[in-house]
Design a protein around this ligand. Structure first.
Ligand code: M6R
Length: 369
């Protein structure tokens, strides 16, 4: 079943171009308009939604963070992202004008399910982005957008994450279409960009030797930091989570802008730091700020491991290693930039002789609160 791969995780990382392509498949009607799978919410309700709250746990919550940047930009609706267990146990302000988006690979995560029930009791509509057909969360939701990642066996989520991000983009574009925030041709253009992503993910996989060698050379690392900004921030958080889960190494992700508000004190000689750099073709100031962050931490002795877009030579003077990914629109870049981090964690854990499919203390689906 592993198709010659060393682990399910390795296989699932390599399945990602398909997972994203399949999630994009068949989403438009004959008029080129986006459609959702199972929508039991009146379109007029979706038009009047004044807030979106994404609820999820772990990796699925990081997909929600990426969704926030895209949906706010495309639809001009405020989006909050909250861990399901935190949402459930405070007194969240949700009502019939709130769209709650529950993201879950398994569709069985108890924390997320309890939050779904709570949101519906408050009168909110719930849309589920779920991978497992027939699971409980979509059954208890008002609408479903399935990710088509196929079964994910490894405990650490990889292809489900990329599919969740893809589905969230589709949801954002669907709402923009419905609410008239964007013209049909603008939406078609973004969809075209999205359809190019599977090939680009494949290119990242084809170039993975460098990240694998780097991971093997770091099997003894005791702490790795991850920095990112904008959509690179949730990517940094996800990179850190993968390393904790699989390699049992202390890892933390930070928003790069937060560095001087505290975390830079952690940087000492030899500290490995991954930095996810936004496209230099996007907002200029964003790119240059992250490049200065690399410079700052390097000056304090950090070993800088940089993920940057092809052609971004500005990072070269300050990077100990650079992992280049193909060019893409800024909002779509997480589908590429997270892949080297997944491979890094998988390879490093393997080099430490660990079982990457079944990390200690973890279960694939957390069905208790
Ligand atoms: O099945 P779900 O997507 O609801 O699971 C949520 C988290 O438990 C899950 O993403 C977890 O963080 C993974 N082990 C991450 O690799």
């Amino acid at each position: 079943e592993k198709n010659g791969f060393r682990s399910f995780m390795d296989k699932e990382i390599h399945d990602q171009p398909h997972a994203v392509a399949d999630t994009l498949l068949g989403r438009t009607d004959i008029n080129g308009r986006l459609v959702l799978d199972d929508l039991r919410i009146d379109e007029s309700v979706l038009r009047s939604v004044d807030k979106i709250v994404v609820i999820a746990c772990g990796t699925a919550a990081y997909a929600g963070h990426v969704a926030k940047y895209a949906i706010e930009h495309w639809c001009r609706i405020p989006v909050e992202v909250e861990l399901a267990h935190e949402f459930r146990y405070r007194d969240p302000v949700v009502n019939s004008k709130t769209l709650v988006v529950a993201v879950s690979q398994s569709g069985e995560t108890m924390d997320t399910l309890m939050a779904v029930r709570h949101a519906r009791e408050q009168g909110a509509k719930v849309l589920a982005i779920v991978n497992t057909h027939g699971s409980t969360i979509p059954r208890e939701s008002d609408a479903v957008l399935y990710t088509h990642a196929g079964p994910e066996i490894a405990v650490a989520s990889t292809k489900a994450f990329l599919s969740q991000i893809t589905a969230a983009y589709l949801l954002g574009l669907y709402l923009a279409q419905l609410r008239g925030n964007k013209f049909a041709d603008e939406i078609a253009e973004i969809l075209d960009d999205l359809r190019e992503m599977p090939d680009k993910i494949q290119q990242v996989l084809d170039r993975a030797d460098h990240v694998r060698e780097t991971a093997r050379s770091m099997a003894d690392a005791s702490s790795v930091l991850f920095l990112g900004r904008h959509v690179g921030f949730p990517v940094a958080l996800e990179g850190a989570l993968k390393l904790k889960e699989l390699a049992y190494i202390h890892a933390e992700g930070f928003a790069a802008g937060e560095l001087k508000h505290g975390p830079i004190a952690l940087v000492e000689e030899g500290q490995p730091v991954f930095v996810v750099v936004p496209s230099p073709r996007g907002r200029d100031s964003l790119h240059s700020k992250v490049v200065s962050n690399i410079q700052e931490i390097r000056a304090r002795g950090a070993r800088t491991l940089v993920i940057a877009e092809d052609g971004d030579d500005a990072v070269l003077p300050f990077a100990d290693e650079v992992f280049f990914v193909p060019q893409s629109p800024t909002l779509l870049a997480p589908l590429l930039t997270v892949v080297p981090l997944q491979i890094f964690a998988c390879e490093l854990a393997t080099a430490r002789g660990l079982d990457v499919d079944q990390p200690r203390n973890l279960a694939k689906s957390v069905t208790v609160e």
